[in-house]
Design a protein around this ligand. Sequence first.
Ligand SMILES: Nc1nc2c(c(=O)[nH]1)N=C([C@H](O)[C@H](O)COP(=O)(O)OP(=O)(O)OP(=O)(O)O)CN2
Ligand SMILES: [Zn+2]
Length: 127
Amino acid sequence: MFELKVKTRFAGAHQLTMVGQKCENLHGHNWHIEVCVKGEKLNSAGVLADFGDIKKAVRQIVKGELDHKFLNELEIFEGKQPTSERIAVYIAQRVQVLLDQSLDNDVKVSKVMAWESDDACATYFAG
Ligand SMILES: Nc1nc2c(c(=O)[nH]1)N=C([C@H](O)[C@H](O)COP(=O)(O)OP(=O)(O)OP(=O)(O)O)CN2
Ligand SMILES: [Zn+2]
């Protein structure tokens, strides 16, 4: 089994209802996102997948859909709080769809880490 990891980041704003806590106020974070993918077989080039192809898929979602957005207003979080946990799940699911479309090799998103600050991170284990 091989596992690859790529990183990116985005700036976003959100408000979380967590009774009586400071995150109820509108505020922002510079999320650091790490995406891991795994698979059994190397392709003819000797890689599980080109880092560049994985970065492209991750950036399409993170930079294209989340960066500089007020996350509470996005349709994907309608009726749901945009927590780091939910951000990680969303990225995992959307990146998997893009990788299924673009790669020949069997590559699965294994986990996504959403670092909200230097000392707080939510990890979603996708499989
Ligand atoms: N499990 C989660 N807990 C919290 C989340 C979350 O997404 N998942 N989010 C928040 C808020 O976004 C809040 O802005 C950050 O809270 P916190 O880390 O407590 O605050 P600071 O970054 O200011 O860190 P300090 O250590 O208090 O200085 C809250 N919880
Ligand atoms: Zn926050």
